[in-house]
Design a protein around this ligand. Structure first.
Ligand code: NAP
Length: 490
């Protein structure tokens, strides 16, 4: 079999040897100064023309009314012509920089566009599901041309300022592999990172891409919001509402600051535990099933794919808690604590004073260290930083340091409560304090992680992750307990 496609940044060199196909006329044999045409003279056309000229192409822009186009908007090297002349001038590639509603008005160019690559840069006007894309409709309209979807995820601004200032990714798809390869090469030459998304059917997703609103953030944000709501409501009922109803004690002044600063660390801790819990569950599934080759349930799959977002939201809550705790108001509280310590010290009870100091310093220190490690995790989740790490380094940071952050934050919370969890007076109205509720999930997580470190489980899990399967999966007949097939060799 002959090699299929070898991409190269330089369009001047013939690079592609491809099997004969209906669209093989688009094999790459571009010479320097290839003429590329753009239909439309708006924002996108202008930015694309500037970039193409800067990359060494000759550009002809086609307008319905070339006389009306303000010449200064395009570089001198760009020729502004009628749509027909521009379509005619293009050697292979014509960009359609007009809105898809007007594709019908371009049908008079069919003859000039026949046999050429039409690059559809349009976006969907609204999120569509199941409908044909603009690119598919265009391909139906121009059956003699080869339609490639691409460049729609790049803004006119990014095109003008250069890729380093914006996203470098250009998603490309087409049913003609040679035409797609040509556009992929072109994108590379303009300084972008093309991503081959497959056949023209993928244009539905590509057109929707710029309209998606934080698709991976919806559930993590909702989860964090619900946790905030739950903990705030719980603190309000336990510490403010019930004391007011019961004894007329007015604690409403706590709501804007004290309660918020109780809720934030609780949410940060639980969200952080939610980052690592799916990994633990996945390990449990693999151990139970004795294989890594059966799929996880959909909910676990989705949960695992949103761990980064949950981690960043945990970081946000922890950061806010740190800011609240450093506020002048808390400084005043610490002053009161300091005065109390001085009093105890003056009273001569040295052991009580020492214990208070140990507790307070360990509490602060574990909190600061936990937040520091969490900051490191947040920084390494940035693609530019994460990409600089190899797999082992990334796993060490995200898993090893991640568990260290959970452990430090748990210790911080335990030290906050100290021995109060064992005092009946802590359970106001038979309700445990907020910090105890927040500790449940992280403690389950840490105990689960320790259990997985048991040599018998750890080695079995390591084997499974390297492809080993239990007997049940190796031979289903053994699992069913049926007799082996009779053998005449015996
Ligand atoms: P634009 O500034 O409005 O320009 C569109 C151009 O289309 C006009 O300058 C006009 O050129 C031509 N046109 C207008 N009405 C027409 C009609 N009835 N028939 C034929 N041509 C007509 O729009 P744009 O921002 O450049 O966007 C163009 C395409 O690029 C859209 O599909 C958009 O989704 C896509 N896109 C834009 C960006 C961006 O950042 N702007 C980013 C990604 C994708 P003449 O009057 O000279 O013929």
């Amino acid at each position: 079999m002959r090699p299929v496609a070898i991409m190269h940044a330089d369009l001047r060199t013939p690079l592609l040897t491809s099997p004969a196909s209906s669209c093989s006329q688009f094999q790459h044999q571009d010479e320097g100064g290839t003429v590329i045409s753009i239909i439309g003279t708006g924002d996108f056309s202008r930015s694309l023309a500037i970039r193409l000229v800067a990359s060494g192409f000759r550009v002809v822009v086609g307008s319905r009314n070339p006389g009306r186009v303000v010449r200064d908007l395009f570089p001198d090297a760009v020729q502004v012509r009628s749509q027909r002349e521009a379509a005619d001038a293009a050697e292979k590639v014509v960009f359609l920089a007009v809105y898809p509603e007007f594709y019908g008005s371009l049908e008079h160019l069919k003859e000039q566009l026949a046999g050429k690559v039409l690059v559809d840069v349009s976006n969907a006007a609204r999120l569509k599901t199941g409908e044909a894309s603009n690119a598919e409709k265009l391909a139906e309209r121009f059956p003699e041309s080869r339609v490639v979807k691409g460049f729609n995820v790049v803004s006119a601004w990014t095109l003008q300022t250069g890729a380093p200032d914006g996203s470098r990714q250009v998603l490309v798809c087409s049913s003609c592999s040679d035409s797609k390869a040509l556009v992929v090469q072109l994108a590379r030459r303009l300084g972008f990172s093309p991503v081959d998304m497959g056949g023209l059917g993928a244009s539905r997703d590509i057109e929707n891409a710029p309209l998606l609103l934080f698709p991976f953030w919806e559930r993590p944000v909702l989860t964090t919001f619900l946790l905030l709501l739950f903990f705030y409501g719980y603190a309000f009922i336990r510490d403010v509402l019930l004391p007011y109803i019961d004894r007329g004690e007015n604690n409403f002044h706590q709501l804007p600051f004290v309660t918020v600063n109780q809720v934030l660390p609780a949410v940060a801790l639980v969200t952080l535990a939610l980052v690592y819990l799916p990994g633990l569950l996945a390990a449990g599934f693999q151990l139970f099933r004795g294989t890594k080759y059966s799929r996880f349930p959909g909910w676990l799959d989705g949960w695992m794919r949103r761990r980064k977002q949950l981690g960043l939201l945990s970081f946000l809550c922890a950061g806010l808690h740190a800011l609240y705790s450093m506020s002048p108001r808390r400084g005043a509280e610490r002053g009161v604590l300091g005065a109390a310590v001085q009093q105890v010290k003056a009273g001569g009870d040295g052991s009580q004073w020492e214990q208070t100091m140990w507790r307070s310093d360990l509490y602060l220190s574990s909190g600061i260290l936990g937040f520091g490690v969490l900051t490191l995790l947040a920084v390494t989740s940035l693609p530019s930083v994460g990409n600089a790490l190899n797999w082992r380094e990334f796993t060490f940071v995200q898993s090893g340091l991640g568990y260290a952050a959970v452990a430090l934050s748990t210790v911080h919370t335990l030290l906050f409560g100290w021995d109060s969890a064992f005092l009946p007076a802590t359970y106001l109205y038979h309700l445990p304090p907020l910090y105890l509720l927040a500790l449940v999930l992280p403690c389950i997580l840490l105990v689960g992680r320790l259990v997985l470190l048991l040599p018998c489980l750890e080695s079995r899990l390591a084997k499974i992750r390297r492809g080993w399967e239990s007997r049940v999966h190796r031979d289903p007949r053994e699992a069913a307990g049926s007799d082996p097939q009779p053998s005449w060799d015996a």
